[in-house]
Design a binder for this molecule. Structure first.
Ligand SMILES: [Zn+2]
Length: 341
């Protein structure tokens, strides 16, 4: 395989999204134009102006408790609400529809320290964040109004986050999430054609190739997938199949957290800066049905190709829905593996 990695003008099939990704790494010879410097350590451990720091005032008069490790609260300006007025309306023979957007929006602070990230804290504190995510999922699964849950983190100014306080968000909503639905459909088709599980096949292929793996332990494996759309895109899977975080054992949860932390530490090391990304956890719906074929994973989609050089979505991505990548997954995985931890 290695020799054909850099074949010019190649496309690779993305089996989870059921679409092509085009690679043109041979065009990527622009030099870096960025002043490398550490960003994270410049912030203080407590910022009196931060609405996430312990003891500080938030919007609408709420004050944060003097919390120690992880702190969860309902978003003061939620994008969805359980008290949404009941709307069920359509026109033009059902072509145009609207309905109430019911759900719960929460914020999860990872740490009391304003200037830490999950890269910096001891592993047990990362595992604690995963435990809280699992507790939240258990609660949402009991709520008959919740269909699906999105746990996500936007990290870094480049993805629009100006507050460095380490945190993520949870949207628990009353409708199916589009990408999860597409992955379920892809898994269904793969199962009916091959008789095998799509996620298990992807993990096995990555382990067999080996050259895109960036972290692995007994319980979890992380890799830049063969079909990556972003330069440093990484998927982190628990090795045993679970549809959601709810059924992970403590040992599996700790293993997944350890792989997660190894990935973010490698990210930070690759350009020696606090690495920006969009992170989300892909999980099956919690609508009361079972999803034995779905395999949860953590998805990192970092915008940077080089320091100071983000991937801009333009004609092909916005106009057609197909990504054009100018880096190769194998090369980026090797860079992440080479980071000294
Ligand atoms: Zn803060």
């Amino acid at each position: 395989m290695p020799n054909e990695i850099y074949d010019k003008w190649q496309k690779r099939y993305h089996p989870l999204r059921m679409e092509w990704v085009v690679y043109s790494a041979h065009r990527n010879n622009r030099p870096w134009s960025f002043d490398l410097k550490k960003h994270a350590s410049q912030a203080p451990s407590y910022d009196p102006g931060c609405y996430l720091c312990p003891g500080n005032q938030r919007a609408a008069g709420h004050a944060n408790p003097d919390y120690h490790d992880v702190f969860v609260f309902d978003n003061d300006y939620p994008v969805v609400g359980m008290e949404a007025p009941n709307i069920q309306w359509d026109t033009h023979d059902g072509l145009y529809q609207k309905a109430s957007a019911k759900g719960i929006a929460r914020v999860v602070c990872y740490a009391r320290e304003h200037n830490l990230t999950l890269s910096d804290v001891p592993p047990e504190r990362v595992a604690r964040v995963f435990e809280v995510w699992r507790e939240e999922m258990i609660g949402f699964a009991k709520n008959p109004d919740i269909h699906s849950v999105l746990i996500f983190e936007n990290k870094g100014e480049i993805v629009g986050v100006s507050n460095p306080h380490p945190h993520c968000q949870i949207y628990a909503v009353d409708f199916p999430l589009q990408l999860i639905e597409r992955e379920q459909l892809a898994a269904e088709q793969h199962q009916s054609i091959t008789g095998r599980n799509l996620f298990a096949d992807i993990i096995a292929a990555e382990q067999k190739d080996g050259l895109r793996i960036v972290a692995e332990n007994d319980e979890a494996v992380a890799f830049v997938p063969f079909f990556a759309r972003y330069a440093y895109e990484v998927l982190v899977f628990p090795k045993r199949r679970h549809a959601t975080l709810i059924t992970l054992t403590d040992k599996e949860l700790q293993g997944l957290a350890a792989a997660y932390q190894e990935v973010v530490r490698r990210f930070d090391g690759v350009f020696d800066l606090s690495f920006p990304y969009v992170m989300n956890i892909h999980q099956a719906p919690v609508d009361g049905k079972t999803y034995p074929d779905y395999h949860l994973y953590v998805h990192f989609q970092p915008p940077l190709r080089q320091p100071g050089l983000p991937k801009y979505l333009a004609g092909p991505e916005i106009g057609a829905g197909n990504f054009m990548a100018d880096t190769m997954p194998e090369e980026k995985a090797a860079e992440l593996r080479a980071v000294k931890l």
